[in-house]
Write a protein that binds this ligand. Structure first.
Ligand code: 13P
Length: 261
């Protein structure tokens, strides 16, 4: 079976200016260094807002940090008359390794349908940026369809129609668990991740499914992260609010320490 490196991702959303971003990354890097964090067992990635990406990249570079960098969105276009958009070309130039695509906040507030998510996934593949494709059901959908149907459908839609698939990550984030303090149980998160993996295997082959990291997101904290990562189906977490606190996020990254063996 393929060994998948754990992935701990901090989505800062629309928080922090570039100076605050630098301060947070410095604190986070120190905290992880202090704890002798082994980045080869758990990759740690931050997703700052666009105005902070260059500053964070410069800091990572200058200090030789092992943190990796992500962006929160990507244009489906390469360049041209698309006011306000940011292209994969420009992100790649800033050593952006990952990009969030289809976050529920983009689906909800920016009308990002599955077709847009698919096109942005194609743009990420094209520019050698790893898409972190976000999927998840609303409270109403949970009620009417159960937990797995919507995330499985959204995953398959994002991955359909590409000439070939590059590396990608799936983040299962139930919409009702985002920023609410309500979390899916570790059992439900594991079960949905397993169903997503099975659907990927059926559509794209078992090798792709086994190599793909599937994350849980939604009100993750240092105090509850271990439960999610105990299942071999869940390979990491996508963290919002708690990633804005260096000590808390560092505690999440060091999740092995929380697991009671
Ligand atoms: P919270 O961790 O604040 O619930 O946010 C989750 C999220 O949306 C990460 O992308």
């Amino acid at each position: 079976m393929t060994k998948r490196t754990a992935f701990i991702a901090g989505n800062w959303k629309m928080n922090l200016d570039h100076q605050q971003a630098i301060a947070l990354v410095q604190k986070l890097a120190w905290s992880l260094k202090d704890a002798s964090h082994d980045y080869s067992t758990a990759e740690v990635t931050v997703f700052p807002g666009f105005t902070s990406i260059r500053s964070v990249q410069t800091l990572i570079d200058a200090d030789g940090l092992e943190l990796t960098l992500g962006a929160q969105d990507i244009s489906r276009h390469d360049s041209g008359a698309y006011t306000g958009e940011v292209s994969g070309l420009a992100l790649k130039k800033l050593d952006v390794k990952y990009v969030l695509i289809g976050h529920s906040e983009r689906r909800q507030y920016h009308a990002e349908e599955d077709s847009v998510v698919q096109a942005k996934t194609a743009a990420a593949f094209k520019h050698g940026i790893i898409p972190v494709i976000c999927v998840g059901e609303t409270a109403e959908q949970l009620e009417s369809e159960g937990a797995a149907a919507v995330p499985v459908r959204q995953t398959l839609a994002a991955l359909a129609g590409h000439a070939s698939l590059g590396e990608f990550v799936i983040a299962y984030e139930p919409v009702w668990a985002i920023g609410t303090g309500a979390v899916a149980t570790p059992e439900v998160a594991a079960s949905v991740a397993g169903k997503i993996r099975a659907a990927i295997a059926e559509a794209h082959g078992d090798d792709v499914a086994q190599a793909t990291r599937i994350l849980y997101g939604g009100s993750v904290k240092a105090a509850n992260v271990a439960g999610f990562l105990q299942s071999s189906e869940v390979d990491g977490v996508l963290v919002g609010g708690a990633s804005l606190d260096a000590e808390e996020f560092s505690g999440i990254a060091r999740f092995q320490k929380h697991i009671v063996l």
